[in-house]
Design a protein around this ligand. Structure first.
Ligand SMILES: Nc1ncnc2c1ncn2[C@@H]1O[C@H](COP(=O)(O)OP(=O)(O)OP(=O)(O)O)[C@@H](O)[C@H]1O
Ligand SMILES: CC(C)(CO)[C@@H](O)C(=O)NCCC(=O)O
Ligand SMILES: [K+]
Length: 259
């Protein structure tokens, strides 16, 4: 069985893949100082709680935070006796290499999204991934990641307003019915929800125009369903896209002999 680890700037997600389906998905906040032993304590408690029969033989990691990789490597080695595949490292093959400016290191989450989008939709896809940042990942007809857009994440924008303006409270994102807010919270909610909806819709339109061919748009990440309610232009919402990409990359490496 495969343990797939998607380590974002805010949250770290572990999923166990039995070759056909994910048996569970476990989430914790990302801390670069978390030790291998601490990962195992957390992991084994939850696996026991959910009564999962996990026989982990392989581990794959995609981390947007370079510093956590060391402890995750130790975790894989100490508790599962395996050397993990780390997306973005030279010994982790990709089904298709990215085509970006020389010296650019695309986020491993974006490489996983590209592999997943190609596997499920066959390319000519733009993935909109709502995480700490909101990134748009363009996947060409042959499955290559060819670039995209990085915008500040929704929660980051809310936090920045609160941090930077003394009279503005911290609020949670929600879909306000009205655009014209009649109280402070309503005004912020409108600015972020409707402002962000315009950003997504506008960027999708511009990407399609520049790309010049029909494209599918797939939304993923925690806030994708909320923005889908504003009809921003998603053809599909797939909450497991990055994880699916990790299983695709892992399978590709197995079949092509690197692990
Ligand atoms: N209605 C909502 N309001 C606020 N947050 C939400 C809502 N729905 C989902 N979320 C948030 O979405 C998060 C899951 O999103 P996701 O895993 O895609 O990104 P992340 O963990 O925030 O970022 P990263 O992957 O960059 O670490 C959850 O932590 C949850 O707090
Ligand atoms: C954009 C984020 C932060 C999204 O998680 C991540 O993919 C990242 O750190 N990327 C590195 C830069 C790039 O993708 O071009
Ligand atoms: K993510």
């Amino acid at each position: 069985m495969l343990l797939a680890i998607d380590c974002g700037n805010t949250n770290t997600v572990f999923s166990i893949w039995d070759g056909e389906k994910f048996l569970c998905t476990l989430r914790t906040s990302t801390h670069h100082a978390r030790t291998a032993d601490a990962y195992f304590t957390w992991y084994s408690t939850l696996v026991k709680h959910y009564e999962i029969e996990a026989d982990i033989t392989d581990v794959i990691i995609a981390s947007t935070v370079p510093r956590v990789v060391f402890n995750l490597r130790v975790f894989a080695d100490r508790f599962f006796g395996c050397r993990p595949l780390v997306v973005g490292k030279p010994d982790c093959l990709l089904p298709m290499d990215p085509r970006v400016d020389e010296g650019t290191v695309p986020g491993p989450d974006r490489l996983a999204n590209a592999a997943a989008a190609f596997d499920r939709h066959g390319g000519n896809v733009v993935v909109v991934d709502f995480g700490t940042a909101t990134n748009f990942d363009v996947v060409a007809a042959d499955g290559a990641y060819v670039g995209g857009i990085i915008a500040p994440g929704v929660n980051l924008s809310l936090e920045a307003l609160h941090q930077g303006a003394a009279a503005l409270p911290h609020i949670d994102i929600t879909r306000p019915d009205k655009v014209i807010g009649t109280n402070t919270v309503g005004c912020i909610q409108s600015g972020v929800y409707w402002g962000y909806s315009g950003l997504i819709e506008g960027l999708i339109t511009r990407i399609k125009t520049e790309y010049g061919m029909p494209m599918k748009v797939v939304g993923t990440g925690g806030l994708a369903p909320l923005f889908d309610q504003a009809d921003v232009g998603f053809d599909a919402i797939e909450d497991d896209l990055t994880m699916h990409g990790l299983t695709v990359i892992h399978r590709y490496n197995k079949e092509n002999g690197s692990t």
